[in-house]
Structures are given as structure tokens and as C-alpha cells.
Write a protein that binds this ligand. Structure first.
Ligand code: G
Ligand code: G
Ligand code: MN
Ligand code: NA
Length: 254
């Protein structure tokens, strides 16, 4: 309850910010995306992880305004970067289960893109497997509406929920994000290696792209590359960065 009361004031008190973690082409190391990650710095509680406060936000009804704020912030940042002449890439934004379930979501996404003047191909929405599988027929309908508007969808944390594989071909998705838990021990655990290889092959067969998250070590990167994983995200390349740090990071690599 304390956290909900504090969260209620977080937006108006400017305690929330968005960090950006770059995503890389597995083959040439070019930046192909950025994931927007919400950060909350409370004056007394300090930094509170979204893993902690998002469940509270969902229960209290605060997730919709906060989620809308993140989406607008990320879209506005992407537009500013393109206007500055930064190399084009895709901005990935996490959607919570309540945001995804809200009937106005496709219209909200479309109006934010229009107001901020960002073309839809620069936006990707990440939805966890669990949220997508909660009500698959409803998920299919929402994905269809987002797809019609030219927005891409990725399934986040893929492999840890009840992945009913038959739905993968009905979902209008573009990418699977291989959950970090499989990537972590990829260098040593033969079962994790097998799972990761199977996900990459499954995605290839379905015409979907793959991104591995939580990549920290060269051995993980090598295995993912050898298996044909398309994209890499993780501390090996970069932690989540403030917008200013992200700009410096891009300049340094050019
Ligand atoms: O960035 P970090 O590792 O602290 O994120 C922890 C969790 O919070 C991750 O599961 C991440 O997907 C989630 N998360 C971060 N930012 C957002 C956001 O803007 N919206 C939603 N729904 N989840 C987010
Ligand atoms: O669930 P989701 O993919 O949205 O979560 C992304 C979270 O994973 C971010 O909060 C980010 O801080 C974290 N993350 C990103 N790269 C790494 C990594 O290489 N190692 C670890 N342990 N966490 C990471
Ligand atoms: Mn994510
Ligand atoms: Na994830």
C-alpha cells in the first residue's frame, strides 16, 4: 500500500524516467533497436525496480497512465533521435498485461504515433508470453489491429510460460525474445543450449526473428551467432542507458 501511494505521485513529481538498452545485429554488431525500460527514483525509497512496482501498478489501476507515459516518452525520444540524424533503428516498448487487455490500446498507439509524428515501423511492442496466452483469441484480435496499423509485436520472455505453440502461427508477431534464463548458462548447460537452438529453429521455420536477452559473455554470443540468432541484447554490449548516455554510446561507435 505504501508503494501504491508513492507511485500515485511518481508521475506528477517527475520521479519516473525511461532508460534505453541498445539491441545489436548478431552478425555485424550494428545497433538495430533500443528497449525502453522504466526507472523510478523515489526520494525516500531510492531506486525501485519495475519488477517490484509494476505488479502494484497493475493492481491499483496506475499501470494505464504510467504505461501511456512510457510509450509516449519512448516514441518522442525515437522521433528526436531520427530528427537529429541518428541512424534509424526500432524502439521497443514493454506492454503490461492490463495495457494489452485495454480495448483502446490500438487506437492509443496510433494516436501517440500520429501526435509525435513517428512512422509506425520504428515502434515495436513487447508483450510477455504469459500476457499473450491469457486469452489467445482476444490477443489475436488485438495483434491484428496493431499489425494493420504497421506496428510490430515481439513476444518477450519467450519459453518460460505456457507456450501453446499452435498460437504462434495465429499471432501477428515479428520477433521472439529468448528469455534470459536460457541464455544465462548457455556456455555450460547442454539442456539450455538445446532449448535455445530449438527456439531459434522454430522461429526460423515460422518466419520470425529472434533476439536473445541477458547476453553477458562472449561464449554466449558465439553460441547464439552459430545457431543463427538474429539479434543480441545484454550487458556484454551495454547496460540500459539514459538518453544522453545512449547518444554518447552511438557516437562512440560510429
Ligand atoms: O529493467 P529491469 O531489469 O529493471 O526490468 C525489470 C522488469 O520490468 C522486466 O521484466 C521488464 O520487462 C519490466 N519493465 C521495464 N520497463 C517496463 C515498462 O515500461 N513497462 C512494463 N510493462 N514492464 C517494464
Ligand atoms: O523482461 P524484459 O526483457 O523486458 O527485461 C529486460 C531487463 O533485463 C531489463 O531490466 C534489463 O535491465 C535486464 N537486462 C538486460 N540485459 C541484461 C543482462 O545482460 N544481464 C542481466 N542480468 N539482466 C539484463
Ligand atoms: Mn522486454
Ligand atoms: Na524478458
Amino acid at each position: 500500500l505504501q508503494i501504491i501511494n508513492a507511485l500515485r505521485h511518481a508521475l506528477e513529481n517527475h520521479e519516473l524516467s525511461v532508460h534505453y538498452q541498445p539491441q545489436f545485429d548478431a552478425r555485424d554488431g550494428c545497433i538495430v533497436g533500443a528497449e525502453a525500460l522504466l526507472r523510478w527514483q523515489h526520494p525516500a525509497l531510492g531506486a525501485v525496480s519495475p519488477a517490484e512496482f509494476i505488479p502494484a501498478a497493475e493492481e491499483s489501476g496506475l499501470m494505464l497512465p504510467i504505461g501511456e507515459w512510457v510509450l509516449r516518452q519512448a516514441v518522442r525520444q525515437m522521433k528526436a533521435w531520427l530528427d537529429q540524424g541518428m541512424q534509424p533503428f526500432v524502439m521497443a516498448v514493454n506492454l503490461s498485461a492490463t495495457q494489452f487487455r485495454h480495448p483502446d490500446l490500438p487506437q492509443l498507439v496510433a494516436s501517440i504515433l500520429q501526435q509525435e509524428q513517428l512512422a509506425p515501423e520504428y515502434l515495436e511492442l513487447e508483450l510477455t508470453e504469459g500476457a499473450a496466452m491469457h486469452d489467445p483469441p482476444a490477443a489475436i484480435a488485438v495483434m491484428d489491429r496493431l499489425h494493420e496499423r504497421g506496428v510490430r509485436m515481439a513476444i518477450d520472455d519467450f519459453g518460460i510460460a505456457y507456450s501453446s505453440l499452435s498460437y504462434l502461427k495465429k499471432f501477428k508477431i515479428y520477433k521472439l525474445k529468448i528469455d534470459q534464463s536460457f541464455v544465462h548458462d548457455i556456455g555450460s548447460d547442454p539442456e539450455d543450449r538445446a532449448i535455445v537452438a530449438a527456439i531459434i529453429n522454430l522461429a526460423r521455420g515460422l518466419g520470425l526473428r529472434t533476439i536473445a536477452e541477458g547476453v553477458e559473455h562472449p561464449a554466449q554470443l558465439e553460441y547464439l551467432r552459430a545457431q543463427g540468432c538474429d539479434e543480441i541484447q545484454g550487458f556484454y554490449y551495454s547496460r540500459p542507458l539514459t538518453a544522453a548516455q545512449f547518444e554518447a554510446f552511438v557516437l562512440e561507435r560510429e
